[in-house]
Design a protein around this ligand. Structure first.
Ligand code: UP5
Ligand code: MG
Length: 198
């Protein structure tokens, strides 16, 4: 029945918009489970037993979107492995293109209900500055440099914005201005959570 389904909130926004930061604020206060698709892919890339390591690194360094079967199974495993009593998940940085949406619907729509999409709105300039700053501070991320950031942004505009429009038509999009301080972004997001009933 619907009650037993996992409840999911997707968190979308440009590269460096502050998705992960906002999710950390939310989980700290509410105890939901945060699953970052990018973090899961980076972890899988480091797993010597994975056959996808090289492929994942290639896609990330190209700012391209990894085939959905890989990402979706990592998310699925992450959800299954969670012993949180809430069964509420913040899925950060996914879905990013139509392939992701189709793959999610096929594999996950029976188990999950998508309650909404938090859309972190942030200018390209601010996004880029944040990632460059993080790279300069030693993030170790192979995509926090100017060359890859151009590609990440192109991919975002071409592939992810249409997905955000698709969710907008379904009335699922909730916008937050993520160019404010992290605390203020969180406050605005909290109002949305109340509205959704989380
Ligand atoms: N920061 C955050 N909020 C701030 C604020 N309000 N004010 C000032 N500074 C703020 O933040 C980025 C930086 O900005 C940090 O230094 C932070 O302190 C600061 P963060 O919270 O990390 O932003 P986030 O949006 O999570 O940025 P991230 O770089 O993680 O976004 P991306 O979407 O680019 O990265 P992700 O890890 O999701 O994906 C990376 C790659 O993996 C993709 O390009 C793609 O190749 C691949 N991928 C897939 O193929 N499929 C997927 O489903 C997901 C990823
Ligand atoms: Mg992130």
């Amino acid at each position: 029945s619907a009650e037993q389904k996992f409840e999911v909130l997707f968190i979308l926004g440009g590269p460096g918009a502050g998705k992960g930061t906002l999710c950390r604020y939310i989980t700290e206060k509410y105890g939901y489970v945060h699953l970052s698709a990018g973090d899961l892919l980076r972890e899988e890339r480091m797993n010597p037993n994975s056959k996808y390591g090289e492929l994942i690194e290639k896609f990330i360094k190209d700012g391209k979107i990894v085939p959905v079967a890989i990402t979706c199974s990592l998310l699925d495993n992450g959800m299954q492995a969670s012993d949180s009593p809430h069964k509420r998940f913040l899925i950060d940085g996914f879905p990013r293109n139509q392939d992701n949406v189709d793959g999610w619907n096929e594999a996950m729509s029976e188990k999950c209900i998508v309650k909404g999409v938090l859309f972190c709105e942030c200018s390209k300039e601010v996004c880029t500055q944040r990632c460059l700053k993080r790279g300069a501070a030693g993030s170790g991320r192979s995509d926090d440099n100017e060359e890859v950031l151009v590609k990440r942004h192109e991919t975002y505009i071409t592939n992810t914005l249409p997905i955000i429009e698709h969710f907008e038509k379904q009335g699922l999009i909730y916008k937050v201005n993520s160019m404010q301080s992290p605390e203020k972004v969180f406050e605005d997001a909290e109002e949305i959570l109340y509205k959704i009933g989380w």
